[in-house]
Design a protein around this ligand. Structure first.
Ligand SMILES: *[C@@H]1O[C@H](CO)[C@@H](O)[C@H](O)[C@H]1NC(C)=O
Ligand SMILES: *[C@@H]1O[C@H](CO)[C@@H](O)[C@H](O)[C@H]1NC(C)=O
Ligand SMILES: *[C@@H]1O[C@H](CO)[C@@H](O)[C@H](O)[C@H]1NC(C)=O
Ligand SMILES: *[C@@H]1O[C@H](CO)[C@@H](O)[C@H](O)[C@H]1NC(C)=O
Ligand SMILES: *[C@@H]1O[C@H](CO)[C@@H](O)[C@H](O)[C@H]1NC(C)=O
Ligand SMILES: *[C@@H]1O[C@H](CO)[C@@H](O)[C@H](O)[C@H]1NC(C)=O
Ligand SMILES: *[C@@H]1O[C@H](CO)[C@@H](O)[C@H](O)[C@H]1NC(C)=O
Length: 326
């Protein structure tokens, strides 16, 4: 039995490395450090990083599979992985960009490597949600922080498209129905204390790097950027949380209406279809199997009062990170 399954794995490994079209792409989702003395540390003392399960389900719902990307590893780990996956999602969260061995440092490797790959002609899409979008903008602005304080927590908003948004890659294929739902109903879930403004983007000018596709207003009426795409690379950012409407049930402000669901699904479908354009793969099926998120089980953490319904939690040992190397 054991022998049969190993030869099957080898067989699938050969099929896999020969396939040029990736119908179910594999997308890396970056982990992030748990808060010091926070809820996870109190309940799961050995767990040092997490991924909110909603990001995993969101990508799976678009037809992708997920591998966790560990924080705190040296560059060779990210270099190796970035030659094997078909896209990266930088999730939202609440970290400072100055913490060593954490989300921002790992994100910097991933962003730099994605730039290098795309420059070499290898298609490597990146998606940043909320803090992930903030990090993308920050890193591609050479670590200049353009964020302003914003009161964007616990609000649910329609999307205010900018003129010409349909000329973008992201919205080129949007249907009338989905566009109507997005603009006329409260479909996007916002949970952020910072944001970017168009005035500031125009000043630096980040408008040579990013195409601004939509805007929103916080509770004080401050206008902020809610959707961007990179002009040159397949990089995208949203300040809101498209993974929440289907998969998070911890706040009354998270919309679960039909309009919110088709909106979220639009973004998931778009990013997964970008990842399908990549033809990278793991060396063989065994390596792929050991990296997939299926090796881990999410915990039901909202019952412990987490803001996430379920979370994947990882220990240093699981992240292969006995000691930090640089
Ligand atoms: C992947 O695509 C590149 C360029 O599009 C091509 O050169 C390469 O042979 C492809 N690799 C595989 C494994 O299909
Ligand atoms: C946490 O890690 C320590 C040291 O590796 C180990 O002895 C202990 O059993 C672990 N606790 C849990 C709950 O896994
Ligand atoms: C990076 O870490 C791996 C183990 O995780 C190790 O094998 C490798 O030598 C390290 N590389 C460098 C350049 O430190
Ligand atoms: C990181 O930045 C935050 C906010 O500016 C600051 O409060 C914190 O002390 C900084 N931490 C380190 C380790 O520099
Ligand atoms: C969206 O929510 C705001 C307040 O939260 C409300 O004033 C507005 O009417 C809502 N819009 C729609 C289209 O439901
Ligand atoms: C968030 O907004 C909802 C309404 O959408 C409200 O019921 C809830 O009390 C608010 N919570 C906080 C913490 O502001
Ligand atoms: C699969 O690939 C890994 C990484 O390149 C390699 O170490 C391993 O020997 C390969 N396994 C098989 C069965 O080919």
């Amino acid at each position: 039995m054991q022998k049969i399954s190993i030869s099957l794995l080898i067989f699938f490994g050969l099929v896999l490395s020969a396939s040029a079209e990736i119908s179910s792409p594999i997308i890396g989702v970056l982990t992030q450090e748990v808060r010091h003395n926070g809820l996870i540390m109190r309940h799961f003392p050995n767990k040092t990083s997490f991924i909110a399960a909603s990001y995993v389900k969101y990508l799976e719902g678009g037809g992708a599979r997920v591998v966790p990307i560990w924080i705190g590893r040296n560059r060779s780990y990210y270099e190796d992985l970035m030659l094997k996956i078909n896209g990266v999602l930088l999730p939202g969260g609440s970290n400072w960009f100055n913490q060593s061995h954490g989300y921002a440092e790992a994100g910097e490797h991933l962003i730099q490597l994605a730039v290098e790959l795309n420059d070499k002609g290898t298609f490597m899409p990146l998606w940043g949600t909320c803090l992930g979008m903030e990090l993308l903008v920050y890193k591609l602005a050479q670590n200049k922080d353009h964020r302003i304080d914003c009161n964007g927590k616990n609000i649910t908003l329609p999307v205010e498209f900018k003129e010409g948004y349909r000329k973008s890659r992201l919205f080129a294929s949007i249907s009338e129905d989905v566009a109507l739902a997005m603009t006329t109903e409260n479909v996007t879930s916002h949970w952020h204390r910072f944001c970017y403004t168009e005035q500031d983007f125009a000043k630096d000018p980040l408008t040579q790097i990013w195409r601004v596709l939509s805007l929103n207003h916080d509770v004080h009426g401050t206008e902020f950027i809610s959707t961007i795409e990179h002009i040159k690379y397949p990089f995208y950012g949203v300040q809101f949380h498209p993974e929440k409407p289907q998969y998070e049930f911890t706040k009354p402000s998270i919309p679960h209406t039909a309009a919110a669901i088709i909106t979220s699904q639009f973004f998931a479908d778009f990013f997964v279809s970008e990842a399908r354009k990549s033809n990278q793969s793991f060396a063989n099926a065994t390596e792929q199997a050991t990296r997939l998120i299926y090796n881990y089980k999410p915990e039901y953490t909202s019952i412990l009062r987490s803001i996430y319904t379920q979370q994947y939690l990882f220990s240093n040992e699981e992240m292969g990170q006995e000691s930090f190397v640089n």
